[in-house]
Design a protein around this ligand. Sequence first.
Ligand code: TXA
Ligand code: MG
Length: 335
Amino acid sequence: MSIISKDISKAVALLTNEELVAIPTETVYGLAGNIYSEKAIKAIFETKKRPFFNPLIVHIPSVDLLNDIVDYIPEKAQLLADAFWPGPITLVLKKKTIIPDLITAGKDTVAVRVPNHATTLELLKQLPFPLAAPSANPFSSISPTTAQHVEDYFKDTIKMVLDGGPCKSGIESTIIGFENDAPIIYRLGSTSIEAIEAVVGTIEIKNTVTEGGSLSEVEMSRSQKEISPNAPGMLARHYAPKTKTILTHNVSETLKQHRQKRVGVLVFQNEIKTNTIKAQIVLSKTGDLTEAASNLYHALHQLDKAELDVIIAEQFPNYGLGKSINDRLSRATKS
Ligand code: TXA
Ligand code: MG
């Protein structure tokens, strides 16, 4: 039987009962639980097989509730919240002591956002507690952008996916932390740097992961923790298909090196004209980066199911959401 349902009151009942519900957002589906329930939060980590040192994002229904979660709001954080919420920006701020350590992995900061999705905003308004929700995928798999993606991952382990249709933005929120009150990008995402800079001025990016070689996931987690304690979720191999994936500036050239294989191709705008490939997905025929971002994960899910030897993905122009897409594609290529 399907676990997909549009019934908000059923979601309220399950969450109130300390169970997990996958929820739609404008970015990706989240695996949600009551932030004050130790049982629910532990279940999130267990269901995802996510290490406990990787903290969770707290979802609230309105900017007015930010003061319940955090102790201190720098001026530029308030500007960003007012400009982009509800929307795909997550702010990392000094937490109030009431926020459990399990949520923040023991840090004194908490990540928080107001998602821009009518169904989930309605759900959050009906609940007397905020929801912790990481993306609803097993640790380091491709994030889900449809209710079906979530059901495919978790039909045996959770009771409900609240169906809100396909996610409009399609990649995760942009995460912004503050050091001496100055904003810093910890994770590129659905809100472009250019849009953020229009509100707060020039902003530094600190999400570059300097992993090399082919460490196992566990080793990577450990060394990543040491390299980048501020954004432990920015593991090199994240958002990854199971199929070997190559990122290239020149798809046609790379194709020549894989003639004997079953190849899938993922391109931005222009279809590759050849009959040697098994599957091809064009992310935006009109060259629209927003459209491409919204189609990205669904395309990776599809190609990953197409029984290919290799996926060849085209590098995107390195501005606007193209930068965020390149970030995700380069993580998908680490194996
Ligand atoms: O769009 C999104 O942000 C989605 C939807 C469901 O809201 N959520 C999401 O959550 O992408 P998750 O858990 O997959 O990624 C959250 C990231 C992780 O990389 C985590 O390390 C980072 O946020 N994070 C959470 N709390 C943090 C903190 N206090 N300091 C630094 N990074 C933090
Ligand atoms: Mg995630």
